[in-house]
Design a protein around this ligand. Sequence first.
Ligand SMILES: Cc1cc2nc3c(=O)[nH]c(=O)nc-3n(C[C@H](O)[C@H](O)[C@H](O)COP(=O)(O)O)c2cc1C
Length: 193
Amino acid sequence: MDRNEFRRVAGHFASGVTVVTARHEGADYGITLSAMSSLSLDPPMALICVNRSVPSHDAIKNSGVFVAHVLGRHQKRLAGQFSRPSADKFAGVDCTRSDAGPLVIARTLAHFVCRVAHTVPAGTHTVFLSDVVSANATAGLEPLVYYRGGFGRLAAEPEVAAPKAYLPPEHEDDLVAAGVVPAAFRLGSFYLS
Ligand SMILES: Cc1cc2nc3c(=O)[nH]c(=O)nc-3n(C[C@H](O)[C@H](O)[C@H](O)COP(=O)(O)O)c2cc1C
């Protein structure tokens, strides 16, 4: 398959945006990643996929510890800052130091402190399968969304157009009562703006 076509098609999968921080031999690293996922509840695990050619890769691999931050809509500038090589990635970024070592960025939606359990090389990347040591979330902030190469946001639709078109209202009530369709779905799905 052609790589540019794969990139184009893969971009249709909307994701959140994370910045992953690491510390190795006294230096701090940070990288913007969309390839982050929760993996297992018991034990709590998450995974990230990192290109082997970037400096953050070796910092994560050699230290075995990272903090994955979920960015808010207000942090689009940070997503750009951590996606470019720079001598001081953290210039102007409000941070505190975690007990585990890596910096924790202020005012993100959530962050996960992770310890690498397994590394899997795959193509140009390494998949870091990791134990989640601790996690924190802040309520009331909107997520930053990445879709088809651009940043967007989630917003509630003003009307329920699509479900009404194919789901008769009486069936909709049955499905909500049975827990098949979450009640929130009736208030509107989400769109990018
Ligand atoms: C929205 C977005 C998502 C990205 N996702 C990933 C990813 O999942 N994995 C990856 O290796 N690089 C990803 N990148 C590219 C890295 O952020 C970029 O290579 C960065 O410069 C690496 O930092 P470093 O060179 O300081 O290690 C992404 C970039 C952007 C803008």
